[in-house]
Design a protein around this ligand. Structure first.
Ligand code: FMN
Length: 231
């Protein structure tokens, strides 16, 4: 064969080999691509299923969002109980604050005792500062107040009346100095549309001080009952 014939045969062979490898590569790479696509879709589906089951789990396991809201004025008694609830129920926490603070408490003869009486008797609802949380975001809300003249303190009255309680579960609790009155009944009345978990009345000393008379064991039993029921 002449040299240019060799060159021709060599070029033809080279072209044939390139064509064969080209086909093989394309044929091989196509399924790889589609398997990548399929894997990606599978991952997305799995993630979606996982998310769904987490939501279902949350509903089924009663793992609801819980908030503890309290008003506490004279000795921090109600706050003390609210903080225990927050810990046991692993809840968020918020406190009600009147826009115009009451005069300081200095025992039964304080100016605030008379002001409180006037407000309760008139059904007055003092303006309160907006809460840092949104009640609509929670499934279960514990609400705690000191007793003022046999009912809840007026700032709690304002708060309860300003919310929509439909479909919520409310845990009512209150502190008092020996004359509990009708606080729990009133909380239930103002939370129209709510269901209620176990309520609690906690007694402090009759001097309006911070000496707790209800035993811590009773409070622990109430807290444990709530934890079992709601968590
Ligand atoms: C204005 C006012 C009215 C109160 N009225 C009552 C009452 O009717 N019955 C009662 O048992 N205690 C009454 N107390 C006492 C408080 O309810 C009690 O000391 C409570 O634990 C205080 O909670 P705090 O420290 O969270 O504010 C009254 C206290 C104040 C300041």
């Amino acid at each position: 064969m002449k040299p240019h014939t060799y060159r021709f045969v060599f070029a033809a062979l080279l072209l044939t080999m390139l064509a064969v490898f080209g086909i093989a590569f394309t044929a091989d790479s196509e399924p790889q691509n589609s398997s990548l696509k399929t894997d990606g879709m599978k991952d997305a589906k799995l993630a979606e299923e996982k998310m769904m089951s987490k939501q279902e789990e949350r509903i089924m396991s009663k793992d609801k969002k819980i908030l503890v809201v309290c008003y506490s004025f004279s000795r921090g008694n109600t706050r003390k109980i609210a903080k225990q609830l927050q810990t046991v129920l692993d809840a968020d926490y918020a406190e009600i604050e009147p826009t115009h603070p009451y005069p300081p408490y200095g025992g039964w003869n304080s100016e605030v005792t008379e002001q409180g009486k006037r407000e309760v008797e008139a059904g007055f609802m003092p303006e309160i500062k907006p809460l840092a949380v949104n009640i609509a975001d929670y499934d279960i809300i514990a609400v705690g107040t000191p007793t003022w003249w046999f009912t809840m303190a007026p700032p709690m009255h304002t708060f309860l009346k300003s919310q929509d309680w439909t479909g919520k579960t409310v845990i009512p609790f209150m502190t008092h100095g020996g004359w509990p009155g009708h606080v729990i009944t009133d909380i239930k009345e103002y939370c129209a549309g709510a269901k209620f978990a176990a309520a609690m009345e906690i007694q402090f000393d009759s001097e309006g001080g911070d000496h707790m008379l209800t035993s811590q064991a009773d409070i622990d039993a109430w807290l444990e009952g709530l934890r079992k029921e709601l968590r």
